[in-house]
Design a protein around this ligand. Structure first.
Ligand code: ATR
Length: 273
């Protein structure tokens, strides 16, 4: 029997998840169907319930529902509980297991695909919303030299610092307080790129060897990546690899098989993809 999966969000039409999961399914010979579901902003829970009643086996959850998904789950993996955000549901009779594969996807893309070790590196994480929360624990588990969280609304970064302090060397700063500091890896986890905006940053944070990583993906380089290049960074990556790797981790949770990711990442990064 064909098992049904879906990605749920608002908006959702831009999602590449159906394409990615169908490639995984073909490659691993899994009989699944995967669709995109638009939920009304006030209708997340009811849309999930209808999908479950229709026999759905699991879901991916995207903006803006990851925190609501955390509330709806009846059980959480450690990484989802600590992130306070869920991007994957696995349905099992009456139970909804909530997981968060975003951080694992980001770390795998940086460490394996880009071949850049996170260990002992100075990392700047821009943003303190759901996207940032999901990646802090997996980054700290790589034992960086330090992780600085910067956010336009500083108290949100402070809250994350307090929450994650027990897991590693984490600090919180205002963007302008970063003046005079430089980093090995700078990750944009804000939603600013969605509206072609950029947080106001002091110059001098990027060196030639800094990896500038935008968790957003787009056919054109994002404003953040263009800025990083102007500032001298020579290693630039958008979120395509993270998107595919988090999907692979969800697929593994559902199907128990880890799909190959290199070909689809390369295809999605082609301008015409
Ligand atoms: P997501 O789940 O995508 O992280 P979110 O929880 O709404 O979405 O968080 C959006 C993040 O992007 C926040 O850190 C937000 O900063 P504030 O907390 O100050 O709102 C950040 N952000 C969005 N647009 C931004 C902009 N133009 N400049 C700077 N930060 C921005």
């Amino acid at each position: 029997m064909t098992d049904r999966y879906a990605v749920i969000g608002n908006p959702i039409s831009h999602s590449k998840s159906p394409q990615i999961h169908m490639v995984f399914a073909q490659q691993t010979d899994q009989d699944i169907q995967y669709e995109a579901l638009l939920a009304p902003l006030d209708g997340f829970q009811s849309t999930v319930n209808v999908f479950r009643q229709q026999g759905g086996s699991g879901m991916n959850i995207t903006v803006p529902f990851k925190q609501e998904a955390c509330q709806l789950a009846t059980g959480l993996t450690k990484r989802a509980r600590i992130a306070g955000a869920v991007n994957t549901f696995k349905f099992d009779n009456d139970r909804i297991l909530g997981d968060n594969t975003d951080g694992a996807g980001l770390v795998r893309d940086i460490a394996v695909n880009l071949n850049i070790s996170v260990t002992d590196k100075r990392i700047l994480l821009m943003g303190a919303g759901g996207a940032a929360r999901g990646v802090i624990l997996p980054l700290l588990q790589q034992q960086p030299a330090g992780l600085v969280i910067a956010n336009r609304t500083p108290h949100k970064a402070q809250l994350l610092r307090q929450q994650f302090a027990e897991f590693g060397p984490v600090n919180a700063r205002d963007y302008m307080e970063l003046s005079g500091e430089c980093f090995d890896i700078i990750i944009n986890a804000t939603s600013a790129s969605l509206s072609d905006a950029l947080p106001e940053l002091p110059s001098g944070m990027f060196t030639r060897s800094t990896l500038a990583y935008d968790m957003m993906y787009s056919t054109e380089p994002t404003r953040f990546l263009n800025y990083a290049a102007q500032q001298g960074a020579q290693q630039l990556a958008d979120g395509t690899g993270m998107l595919v790797e988090q999907a692979a981790e969800s697929f593994y949770l559902w199907r128990g098989i880890r799909p190959e990711t290199q070909n689809i990442i390369a295809n999605l990064k082609k301008p015409e993809a």
